[in-house]
Design a protein around this ligand. Structure first.
Ligand code: GLY
Length: 385
């Protein structure tokens, strides 16, 4: 394994974050870079440039909270607190929240500051968000609908592997309110995904559809992967981390076991430098772009798995795999200061079939890179999820 200086990597990360704070002030950067530079979130669908819409703005908040934890610098906290106002307004008015991504948004923008500084406004907004997510629960099928309103016939019964990451908001809401509804639905959803979205070879479908009247599983499709039957790299990374987090809150051993099986598939399909191509159907020599964001998510997931395994060879295996991938990210993918880029990690892919954010930086890649660093620097770090 390459020896890397994580403190040095962190120094570069904080420099870029500071530059981006001056650039965006209280507005939000776009999902991905263009030419390796972030610009303001686009003005579209009635939103002004830099408005809080879409699924990725919480990653920007999450980066601020990690930076605050690591440095104690009040500038990060102040901007993070402004984000709480913004996210409260968004939840109160249900702005662009017809999506399972509510968990990504509110866990990082609101649960994180509640955990860190007991901000009660953040708690209020996160509980509102958890209720909005609960509205998307389709009881007969036992799953959360991924996208669209519940009466949208095209999207009815859609689920997505990414949604496992949104369940921790519900476990947190159950803890805070004592209302088991949240946790029961989240657990059932993760079990449904375990049973139907993970294939027999431990790869995953990206999306999967249910008949919401009968609860019958219908079948899997891709949205951002190479084909319906291939394994989209980031989806597999969401599965690793998502199942492991669902284990954290339920202690259902089958969820830790499926996280391990998904991790094994992922680790067996890495490229020579331990960062996967954007779909795991591709290997070295394919000429396809890599997805560094999938690698960063997987590092956090592998560390989460290792956290819950007993001392021994298995635990060490996942720990070493995480360290090896992170070392490659630090060495080969972290944007060097002289690159002129304002992303933390180069070379991710958002949606190759639609040619969006291909070989660019992205907010979630940058967030999980920071989470991988803080997890490695502070081994008993209290997760935001
Ligand atoms: N959750 C959407 C994505 O990973 O692109």
């Amino acid at each position: 394994m390459i020896a890397v200086n994580l403190q040095y990597a962190l120094k570069g990360v904080l420099q870029t974050l500071n530059t981006n704070m001056s650039l965006f002030v209280n507005r939000f950067p776009d999902n991905t870079t263009v030419g390796n530079r972030y610009h303001l979130r686009l003005a579209q669908n009635g939103f002004a440039a830099g408005d809080n819409y879409g699924w990725t703005t919480g990653f920007w908040s999450g980066m601020l909270w990690i930076a605050y934890e690591l440095t104690g610098n009040e500038n990060y906290r102040q901007l993070g607190e402004q984000h709480i106002q913004d996210f409260t307004h968004r939840a109160e008015n249900a702005i662009d929240l017809d999506t399972h991504d509510i968990g990504f948004l509110y866990t990082l923008a609101c649960v994180a500051p509640f955990r860190l500084i007991q901000n009660t406004k953040a708690k209020y907004a996160a509980l509102l968000a958890a209720e909005l997510l609960m509205n998307r629960y389709l009881g007969t099928a036992g799953v959360f609908q991924a996208w669209g309103t519940l009466d949208d016939l095209r999207l009815r019964g859609s689920t997505i592997i990414d949604s496992l990451m949104n369940m921790p908001l519900l476990y947190w809401a159950a803890e805070q309110t004592g209302d088991h509804r949240f946790a029961t639905a989240a657990h059932r959803h993760s079990v449904q995904l375990r049973d139907h979205v993970v294939r027999s070879d431990n790869s995953t479908y990206h999306t999967f559809y249910w008949d919401v009247e009968t609860g019958t599983p219908v079948g899997g499709k891709t949205a951002q992967g190479h084909s319906d039957n291939s394994c989209w790299a980031r989806g597999q990374a969401w599965a690793i981390y998502g199942f492991a987090l669902n284990y954290r809150y339920t202690r259902d051993e089958s969820l830790l076991a499926v996280a391990q099986r998904c991790a094994n598939y992922f680790l067996n399909h890495l490229s020579q430098d331990y960062v996967p191509y954007w779909d795991l159907v591709f290997g070295d020599g394919s000429g396809q772009p890599r997805d560094s964001s999938a690698a960063a998510i997987a590092v956090c997931g592998l560390l989460e798995i290792a956290r819950w395994l007993p001392e021994g060879a298995q635990r060490q295996h996942y720990q070493t795999a995480a360290e090896t991938i992170l070392a490659s990210l630090v060495t080969h993918y972290a944007a060097p200061a002289e690159s002129g880029s304002n992303t933390l990690l180069l070379h991710s892919v958002y949606d190759l079939p639609k040619n969006i954010g291909v070989d660019e930086g992205c907010l979630w890649g940058d967030y999980f890179y920071m989470e991988a660093l803080i997890r490695s620097l502070i081994p008993n770090w209290q997760v935001y999820w």
